[in-house]
Design a binder for this molecule. Structure first.
Ligand SMILES: C[S@@+](CC[C@H](N)C(=O)[O-])C[C@H]1O[C@@H](n2cnc3c(N)ncnc32)[C@H](O)[C@@H]1O
Length: 419
């Protein structure tokens, strides 16, 4: 286990000190010849330590008699505290392995690691209560993040913070070109994978499974997609034969869903060439086709052929504050100033895409953010500036918060007036 603890401390440090993306770091760390169970354990320790980073730091401060400058030892202790508090690993094993692991980091700290972890186990309940006295120790977010949500949602912000720390469900989107949701559920049951239907094409698995265990995955019967993301295709009310633009399309989840629902002429654009390749791979697996363009949604003149679109999906880049339970590193990597910068970028993209929309055409604006600066405020500003735009009612709440059914999303449907 000490190898996994050491690898996890490396992952967490790269995220927290170098500002690197958790999934990228994990991919690199896992490329060693590890068994699946070891990979899963590294993922759990890295995700878990970052998910509860604020609480674990508060606990460590309470346990230390004087500041601990040695970063790698600190981080090893955070990983071990995570295991003691949240994992099913035997407590004696966590402590013994951490004491062994610290020898390769800095042998002088063996006694301290042992004392701190044992002290935690002796006083666990009281320490948890004390750690929760600070908001960061209770909720594990940066102060500005909690303040921003509090200013917007008041007391309700606390439930949003807690929801962001839960384990996310694994949801699937059934490819209705190939199979009905009910028939796919039957296939899952045959494989002993318990699931339930939560939306017309959405199934939620009782427990996450590797995609290669999903029947017919490589043949394109099903994709992994949060149920909240599956509203996009429905809200756009696309009809057969329409010309549709998906302006920030990679990795192509919503692109594919649109194509699974209706036969349309779809143009999918993304600024990131590598991510654009993932759209191609996903469409190939699902046997769907779209025109893929490597381009900037804020500069359509560089790639637009001049033919208007009846529908536009603008699933714009955002803080991703609605999906932190899937990406706990985001809670620590975002800076307060990023939110204003995303909002400016989002408005730019909206304004640049608007001329591409046909009269009476519809544009769906989507973010996976819970910050109003990126959502309601961008739309309000856009409507002030764009006289021929009007907002339409939709059948779901404009702001979805993360819960047991879906992640956090914002949806605004805009129509170009006839004039
Ligand atoms: C939220 S993700 C899109 C998710 C995608 N719609 C899906 O359902 O799978 C946002 C995407 O916007 C892309 N992006 C960021 N800035 C962009 C820009 N100016 N023009 C086009 N794409 C952009 C990013 O590369 C990223 O792939």
């Amino acid at each position: 286990m000490e190898n996994i603890q050491l690898a996890a401390l490396g992952v967490v440090l790269q995220v927290m000190k170098e500002g690197r993306n958790l999934n990228q770091v994990l991919d690199e760390a896992q490329s060693q010849s590890w068994m699946p169970a070891q990979r899963a354990a590294l993922q759990d320790l890295s995700y878990g330590t970052l998910r509860y980073y604020g609480q674990l730091c508060a606990l460590l401060e309470l346990l230390l008699k004087k500041p601990l400058e040695e970063e790698r030892v600190r981080c090893l202790l955070l990983v071990a505290l995570y295991q003691l508090q949240y994992s099913k690993a035997a407590q004696y094993a966590v402590v013994n392995h951490a004491v062994r692991a610290v020898r390769t980091v800095n042998a002088r700290f063996g006694g301290l690691v042992n004392a701190i972890l044992r002290n935690f186990l002796r006083n666990q309940a009281a320490l948890l209560v004390q750690a929760a006295h600070s908001k960061s120790g209770r909720y594990s977010y940066q102060a500005w993040w909690m303040d921003m949500l509090q200013a917007q949602y008041g007391e309700a912000s606390l439930a949003i913070l807690d929801a962001g720390n839960l384990h996310p469900p694994m949801s699937l989107r059934v490819n209705h070109r190939r199979i009905t949701t009910e028939d796919y559920l039957a296939q899952l049951n045959l494989q002993g994978i318990p699931a339930r239907i939560i939306a017309p094409a959405a199934l939620q698995l009782e427990k996450p499974v590797a995609v290669n265990k999903l029947p017919g995955f490589s043949e394109g019967l099903v994709s992994v997609q949060d149920a909240g993301a599956q509203y996009a295709a429905q809200l756009l009310a696309i009809q057969e034969g329409m010309r549709v633009l998906d302006a920030c399309a990679a990795p192509g989840g919503k692109t594919a869903h649109i194509l699974e629902c209706t036969q349309v002429e779809l143009v999918a654009v993304d600024k990131d060439a590598l991510r654009l390749e993932r759209i191609a791979q996903n469409l190939q697996r699902l046997n769907l086709t779209a025109q893929l363009i490597h381009g900037d949604a804020a500069d359509p003149q560089a790639w637009w052929d001049g033919l208007p679109f009846q529908r536009i999906l603008a699933d714009v880049p955002c803080s991703a504050s609605g999906v932190v339970r899937r990406h706990p590193d985001i809670k620590w990597l975002r800076r307060k100033k990023d939110i204003a910068s995303f909002a400016a970028q989002q408005l730019d993209i909206l304004r640049a895409l608007w001329p591409l929309l046909a009269r009476q055409g519809k544009l769906l604006y989507v973010t996976c953010s819970v910050f109003q600066q990126e959502n309601q405020q961008v739309i309000a500003r856009f409507l002030e500036l764009q006289a021929d735009a009007q907002r339409l009612d939709i059948a779901i709440p404009e702001q979805l918060f993360p819960d047991d059914q879906h992640d956090g999303f914002f949806y605004a449907l805009l129509e170009k007036k006839q004039f």
